[in-house]
Design a protein around this ligand. Structure first.
Ligand SMILES: NC(=O)C1=CN([C@@H]2O[C@H](COP(=O)(O)OP(=O)(O)OC[C@H]3O[C@@H](n4cnc5c(N)ncnc54)[C@H](OP(=O)(O)O)[C@@H]3O)[C@@H](O)[C@H]2O)C=CC1
Ligand SMILES: O=C1O[C@H](COP(=O)(O)O)[C@@H](O)[C@H](O)[C@H]1O
Length: 499
């Protein structure tokens, strides 16, 4: 099938990197608040660099870093390993996020850059901890920078709870139109996450079995081997539930379970996603421990390296009760999924970095094979390996090539890199492109946030109200979390996959 560029094959450069986005015509300026931080260095600038190398970015654009850290243009540029011609478009200015006067100076700097580069469209990227969003938005408005042609990108976790998320939305709506607001969850930019939709809705056979008549349970794992790194300033005020579940986990769950939208573009896709989130059963706070397990990594060994406990990390309180691991069980109360348990887990300092979804089907009702009871036959499973080694696998039974009738489980695997022969574009490449183009399809809508916080707020409040009862269970780094997380699924007669 030909793609929107009319190509039957995905073009790639000699490094095997996918190069098939159309060149953008309209000029833009991007102001990155918090540009001295981790996201800018690890994700935003590398994504801009790849778009630049692919000659996708327009001739006229600039990037202005804005943060409190004192540095000049050259020091800012020296932080990044990118094409020199790209760095020529980078500059830096100091701002105090709380001080309106510094935003007046910022406007002077921006106006000058807009003249120099012939730019009208401004993008403000808030790559700062959530606590700082509101003052930045209000000061952009006071300085008159929130023009009709400007756009604003808000990073997850979109506030800290339902109340602050609503306050953030009110401030946002006062300063920008809905079409100008890009609430980013970068998992939606991942090719493998988007492919869940193509797998489900471009193939007839899977949708017919994608329900409680055939599915026994679903497991979603978002595991990381890294710890909090140098992000204690953010993470100590956030925790794993806000950092990963309120956004990435719930978005993946929604794509796996939502009803088919009438169209991918426009509001239909986003509406079906929100409809699904609304059907998740609220957690019973009276016996929350039976539904949600909190963990915090202790000392241990990851990939052969001895690592410190969370509480020993720089910037972390010595008696911090912030969770670095969460496992939960939930139900989706609708016709399609009624009665099917969903087991979700995410954490830091686990044995490896892997994100996968496993749709586990029911066992056969009766075995016709001598000495092979149905309980010994592993069920069919469809596994979406979101990252790394991106793939989709189907596990099924075949006959072992020997006398008798002995089934053997094997896996049929589609691996992106083997099949397409390209390295997948990073999520931020696609999402930055969509921001520049003004396409909000892969971004969160305000009701996405409303619903996800409505679901998790009672959990956060319960944890805060009884810190002793909900003290996180310490687990050794390099393990799959506290044993309580295993009990969560094992008491239902199931077990976590070891991806
Ligand atoms: N890092 C990641 O992998 C990802 C991060 N995100 C989101 O992106 C945003 C930024 O993340 P990240 O770059 O990792 O964050 P950082 O902790 O690196 O903070 C970014 C910048 O914000 C400023 N900052 C840090 N703490 C405070 C504070 N308490 N008050 C005011 N300013 C502060 C600092 O700049 P200065 O002091 O110079 O002003 C810092 O360089 C967050 O909302 C995060 O959830 C989303 C996906 C992935
Ligand atoms: O949003 C976040 O995501 C990263 C993991 O992103 P990935 O694309 O590498 O899976 C996580 O490390 C970070 O804590 C969180 O803020």
């Amino acid at each position: 099938m030909r793609c929107r560029l009319g190509l039957k094959e995905c073009p790639k450069n000699d490094a095997g990197i996918l190069r098939c986005f159309p060149k953008i015509e309209q000029p833009f300026g991007m102001v990155i608040f918090g540009a001295s931080g981790d996201l800018t260095k690890r994700k935003l600038v590398p994504a801009l660099n790849r778009l630049f190398e692919a000659e996708i970015l327009p001739e006229r654009f600039f990037v202005l870093g804005a943060a409190r850290t004192r540095m000049g243009d050259e020091e800012f540029r020296s932080r990044f390993n990118t094409q020199p011609d790209l760095l020529k478009r980078f500059s830096y200015t100091r701002v105090d996020y709380q001080n309106p006067d510094t935003f007046k100076s910022l406007k002077r700097v921006v106006d000058d850059l807009m003249k120099r580069f012939g730019v009208r469209n401004l993008i403000f990227y808030l790559s700062v901890p959530p606590d700082v969003y509101v003052p930045i938005i209000e000061n952009l408005s006071k300085a008159g920078l929130n023009t009709e042609t400007s756009r604003i990108v808000i990073e997850k976790p979109f506030g800290k709870d339902l109340k602050s998320a609503r306050e953030l939305e009110q401030v946002l709506q006062r300063s920008f139109g809905e079409h100008q607001i890009f609430r980013i969850d970068h998992y939606l930019g991942k090719e493998t996450v988007q492919n869940i939709l193509v797998f489900r809705f471009a193939n007839f056979i899977f949708e017919e079995i994608w329900n409680n008549k055939f599915v026994d349970h679903v497991q979603i794992t978002i595991a990381e081997g890294i710890g909090v790194e140098h992000r204690a300033g953010y993470f100590e005020n956030t925790g794993l539930l806000r950092d990963i579940f309120q956004n990435h986990m719930l978005q993946i769950l929604a794509l796996i379970t939502m009803e088919p939208p009438s169209s991918f573009n426009g509001e239909s896709f986003r509406s079906e996603r929100v409809k699904l989130l609304r059907s998740i059963r609220p957690f019973p706070v009276e016996d929350l421990e039976n539904w949600i397990v909190r963990g915090q990594y202790g000392r241990g060994t990851v990939n052969g390296r001895v690592v410190p406990a969370y509480r020993e990390e720089p910037g972390v309180s010595k008696n911090s009760s912030v969770e670095t691991f969460v496992a939960m069980k939930l139900f989706i109360d609708n016709w399609r999924w009624s009665g099917v348990p969903f087991y979700l887990r995410a954490g830091k300092r686990l044995p490896k970095k892997v994100t996968e979804v496993a749709v586990v089907f029911k066992r056969i009702p009766h075995s016709i094979f001598p000495n092979v009871p149905s309980k010994d036959l592993e069920p069919n499973t469809i596994i979406f390996t979101i990252q790394p080694n991106e793939a989709i696998s189907l596990e099924f039974q075949v006959k072992r090539p020997c006398p008798g009738m002995t089934p053997q489980l094997l896996s049929m695997d589609f691996r992106y890199e083997d099949y397409f022969g390209v390295k997948l574009p990073d999520a931020y490449e696609r999402l930055l492109l969509d921001v520049i183009l003004g396409d909000t399809t892969l971004f969160m809508r305000r009701d996405d946030l409303e619903v996800s916080w409505e679901l998790l707020d009672p959990v956060l409040k319960a944890w805060e109200s009884d810190p002793v009862r909900f003290e996180p269970h310490i687990y050794p780094s390099g393990t799959w979390g506290p044993k309580e997380a295993d009990l969560l699924i094992e008491r239902d007669g199931r077990r976590w996959r070891r991806p």
